[in-house]
Design a binder for this molecule. Structure first.
Ligand SMILES: [Zn+2]
Length: 390
């Protein structure tokens, strides 16, 4: 059980403030400085950067992947500390990779906004992007996406799930020694599995995941009935090392975890597989959701004739999503027997219609939340109507 959960939401902001605040517990060691502005990266989810200043005072930040070749998801996150209000130009240099994420900015570690497009100049070959900024005195953090640390996500999970008597389960330990933490609750012979953040920068998927969970945890009669009849297993932070280290894609073992669901070479995937198999023993896995982000909204699903007793959830879900969002999400129905994703494993190991749900990198919070809520609503209707039919 999770203790003190009612205070967790406050703790969430406290945790972020601790990591980011100018007077926080951790001394900031600048990697370079220009015109009274220090640049630092020594905070949780700080990017992998080196830094130099040109004669004209422009700050050039190299955006460095944890290994190469690697999926082009160039995460950046750096902190500026200014002695006084200062205008400066910061250029992100991606080397052989290309700019992808619109810069987001926070002054307090809690509320984020996108940098205005007119202040971001992307080179024709996309290998550099320059940000023109005026920063106030004190701290400004700029990142590829709003930073969601493991501590903040588990604080959210505690606040959301503890009131419904969900258990916090440490199901393993990462290479860096971080706890792998999942959440389980609800009762029944049918299991629902949902996870997100196998890939560290994919925070819009995490926003949709959290809205999905919050909708299932709401106090409506439908959600209460659903929780009373279903076992629910949630893994909101299956790659804490990748997230903490500011990785683009991999865990700290140099592996894309969503390509490890066949050989299970990594502690993170081994432990999550075992946790899921433990919950799935003597239960039917009705649905399996893996939330990600990419350059557009898209859903990867198994074929509609896949060997799964609940594959008929998919047409209902598609219909609901088409109704709920302005621009219908494209679906790809396929199953690769040689694939190594969680989606493939779900079908083969659990006979569950595994879904990879990809949110647009730049989806607004409201858009991502709507998709997450719609998925939860469709799932609850599907399972509860099925129960009545039986
Ligand atoms: Zn992904």
């Amino acid at each position: 059980m999770i203790a003190g959960a009612r205070y967790s939401l406050l703790w969430l902001f406290g945790a972020l403030a601790l990591y980011l605040s100018p007077g926080g517990a951790r001394a900031q060691t600048p990697i370079c400085q220009s015109a009274g502005v220090q640049v630092s990266i020594d905070f949780t989810s700080g990017g992998r950067h080196t830094c130099r200043v040109t004669g004209a005072g422009e700050v050039i930040l190299d955006v460095i992947p944890e290994g190469s070749p690697i999926n082009g998801s160039p995460w950046y996150a750096f902190r500026l500390d200014a002695a006084e209000r200062t205008s400066l130009r910061i250029t992100l240099d991606y080397g052989q990779y290309e700019h992808r994420y619109t810069p987001k900015l926070t002054r307090d570690g809690a509320s984020w906004r996108a940098v205005s497009p007119r202040d971001v100049v992307v080179a024709a070959d996309a290998r550099r992007a320059s940000i023109n900024l005026t920063v106030d005195a004190g701290m400004t953090v700029i990142a590829a996406q709003p930073i969601e640390t493991p501590a903040a996500i588990h604080a959210w999970a505690g606040a959301t799930l503890a009131p419904h008597a969900f258990e916090q389960v440490q199901y393993g330990t990462s290479t860096d020694g971080q706890a792998l933490i999942g959440y389980s609750g609800g009762e029944g012979a049918d299991l629902i599995v949902a996870m997100t953040r196998q890939h560290p920068p994919e925070t819009t998927g995490s926003v949709a995941f959290r809205a999905f969970v919050e909708h299932i945890m709401s106090d409506t009669p439908k959600a209460q009935a659903f929780r009373a009849r279903h076992r629910i297993l949630l893994a909101p932070m299956p790659n804490p090392d990748g997230v903490s280290r500011g990785h683009w894609r991999w865990n700290n073992g140099g592996v894309d975890l969503n390509r490890d669901w066949r050989s299970f070479t990594q502690p993170e995937t081994q432990a999550l597989r075992d946790l899921i198999l433990g919950e799935a023993e003597n239960r039917r896995t009705v649905a399996f959701f893996d939330f990600h982000s990419t350059r557009r909204n898209v859903i990867y699903a198994p074929p509609l004739d896949a060997d799964s007793p609940t594959v008929d959830f998919l047409p209902l879900l598609r219909e609901r999503l088409d109704e709920a969002v302005d621009c219908p999400l494209p679906w790809t129905f396929s199953h690769s027997e040689t694939g190594n994703t969680a989606k493939r494993w779900a079908l083969e190991a659990l006979r569950a219609p595994g879904l990879t749900i990809e949110l647009d990198d730049e989806a607004t919070e409201a858009q991502a939340q709507r998709i997450g809520r719609t998925i939860a609503d469709a799932l609850m209707d599907y399972t509860l109507e099925g129960a009545r039919a039986r």
